[in-house]
Design a protein around this ligand. Structure first.
Ligand code: BES
Ligand code: ZN
Ligand code: ZN
Length: 481
């Protein structure tokens, strides 16, 4: 199947029943595991399903009543889609006004689960599954208009997440910094965003020696800085934007500090920070979020060649500070150093938030459950932590004490890009980036290396890129005054 990469086809049709329309298909009922009688038989765990054919009902368990959170609904939505596909059931109806979906954030979460679980990366498969896509009917007799708006909103956010997943899934022979820039321009044109691309010559001319060096080893594609701007809906022209920065390593071999066979696998996902940031600005524009937003991607491909940078090289960054290279595999922070400097030089911001698959160490520390959060602002950190809890894209704050800088003191340059010991890698990454942050900038760094992709299928995400960060950032942006 050939399709336009700006539009991600859905494997589910979600439709609203007309007010007078009567459903003629099986009804899905969501219920706590403790429900008496037949309903209790659905099962104990979230997403267990029981089909009562005679009664025309499909019972979906929500697990213990006390633990029914919005994310439980998201997971249940995911199971429902999996069940419908496996059992080739073509239609189902859900009553949006069932009190179990109150408050309405729970109903939104259910819709998100349905849309997110139906994503598949099938672009390069010659033989695709021919199972017809299920139709999910939503019934809303009294609050029809509100439910319609909720469906639309869930669709915008999940389409953006699925776009982030789709582009993240693309291998490095398809997406490289140059093709990523081209695709970003097309997206910007489609959604009426302003855009600007800096190529390697322009980056070199302004003195961005770190990002240019990281991209130098690639014959296929040199580095790019990709800027997308959404003007916001406020009348106040003076309103400062929120700037979102993404690490866009379209492939990370490690460079001369080469990764081994096990660790190089999946390094196409080293662009997931960039994907989350691009998807967020696209969703924000469609949701008409009031505040202006700027998304800036530092894109490069970390390769080996005689042009590549080496350990021991000393690079001069855009900020003028020099960095001695200990490991060419600590490349993300170099790309981000120049990107963060560029945004502070050009866009006075209300907050700068970067998302990056920066360290394997954060996976060791927090596993695949929470992303690391490092910030110079308690207020910004707390706002993000709260958004994380609300959206279930959870964060955990790590410290940024000055002492950690001792690990990257350099004799020959202003700092090293990595320490020589295996200590506190995610924090050292944060401390390194903080050297490029002005005191007046409210900044947060999210190390998403553990959560950006998953080695196994999750309740509402197939194996691979998860699109982590989009729900979190949209919630943060929507809750700013
Ligand atoms: N892209 C990697 C981090 C990564 C590791 C992402 C595993 C996803 C899964 C990053 O560029 C890297 O290689 N970091 C090094 C830093 C070290 C040399 C200080 C690491 O984590 O080993
Ligand atoms: Zn690396
Ligand atoms: Zn990397």
């Amino acid at each position: 199947m050939k399709y336009n990469y700006l539009e991600i086809p859905k494997k589910v049709h979600l439709k609203l029943l007309g007010i007078d329309q009567k459903p003629s298909c099986v009804q899905a009922i969501f219920q706590p595991a403790s429900e008496p009688s037949e309903f209790g038989k659905a099962g104990k765990s979230v997403g267990d399903i029981l089909f009562l054919e005679k009664q025309n009902l499909l019972l979906v368990s929500l697990g213990p009543a006390k633990k029914i959170s919005a994310d439980v609904l998201r997971q249940a939505g995911g199971s429902l889609i999996r069940w419908l596909t496996t059992n080739r059931m073509s239609e189902i109806v859900i009553d949006a006004e069932d009190p179990i979906f109150q408050p309405s954030t729970k109903f939104s979460a259910l819709l998100e689960g349905i849309f997110l679980a139906s994503y598949r990366f099938e672009r390069h498969k010659k033989s695709t599954d021919t199972t017809p896509n299920p139709v999910v009917w939503i019934q809303a007799k009294t609050h029809h208009i509100e439910v319609q708006a909720t469906v639309r909103r869930a669709e915008i956010i999940t389409d953006a997440i699925n776009l982030a997943r789709d582009w993240a899934h693309e291998p490095a022979n398809v997406i490289n910094p140059v093709t990523l820039a081209e695709r970003s321009i097309q997206l910007a044109e489609k959604y009426n965003l302003e855009w600007k691309i800096l190529d390697e010559k322009e980056l070199e001319a302004i003195g961005a020696g770190a990002i240019v060096s990281v991209g130098k080893g690639s014959h296929q594609s040199p580095a790019r800085l990709i800027i997308l701007k959404y003007a916001g809906k406020k009348t106040d022209q003076e309103e400062k934007p929120v700037v979102l920065v993404g690490k866009g390593l379209t492939f990370d071999t490690g460079g001369y500090s080469l990764k081994d066979t096990a660790n190089i696998q999946g390094m196409k996902y080293d662009k997931c920070g960039a994907m989350a940031v691009i998807a967020t600005i696209i969703a924000a524009a469609q949701l008409e979020i009031p505040i202006p937003i700027i998304a800036v991607i530092g894109a490069a491909e970390n390769m080996i060649s005689s042009y590549a940078y080496r350990p021991d090289d000393i690079l001069t960054t855009l900020a003028g500070k020099t960095v001695e290279i200990v490991s060419t595999d600590a490349e993300g922070r170099l790309v981000l150093a120049d990107t963060l400097t560029y945004v502070q030089q050009n866009f006075p911001a209300r907050a700068v938030i970067d998302l990056a698959t920066l360290t394997g160490g954060v996976v060791v520390a927090l596993g695949r459950v929470r992303a690391g959060l490092l910030s110079n602002s308690d207020r910004l950190a707390n706002e993000l932590l709260e958004s994380g809890e609300r959206t279930h894209e959870r964060l955990w704050r790590l410290p940024l004490d000055e002492e950690y800088f001792q690990l990257i003191i350099s004799e020959d340059g202003d700092m090293k890009n990595s320490s020589t010991v295996r200590e506190a890698h995610p924090i050292v990454g944060g401390i390194f980036l903080s050297q490029f942050i002005d005191e007046t900038t409210a900044w947060a760094h999210l190390d998403i290396a553990g959560v950006a992709d998953s080695p196994k299928e999750l309740p509402y995400s197939p194996k691979g890129a998860t699109g982590f960060g989009v729900r979190l950032l949209i919630d943060y942006l929507e809750n700013l005054e």
